[in-house]
Design a protein. Structure first.
Length: 80
């Protein structure tokens, strides 16, 4: 991470984005998707939209498929 051409920090994205003081000193905010995943208590924290979508699919994919099937079954019965 640079500020005014000087190295403030050299490390992983985790070490950068989990250090609020470092971000503040560089005038940066964490990615909004990261803040959303933290608010939702997701683990691991998502740093990108792709990470977030993958995590949601892994955590809730089965529930969504089950609900979709129940809805489909209900609609099929109603149309008969």
């Amino acid at each position: 991470m640079l500020k005014n051409g000087k190295v403030l920090h050299d490390g992983t994205r985790e070490s950068v984005f989990n250090n609020r003081e470092l971000l503040n000193s560089a005038g940066l905010n964490p990615p909004q998707i990261m803040e959303l995943s933290r608010e939702l208590n997701m683990s691991p924290v998502s740093y990108t939209v792709d990470d977030f979508v993958t995590s949601i699919k892994e955590q809730f994919g089965g529930i969504i498929l089950e609900y979709r099937q129940k809805l489909f079954d209900k609609l099929s019965v109603e149309q008969v």
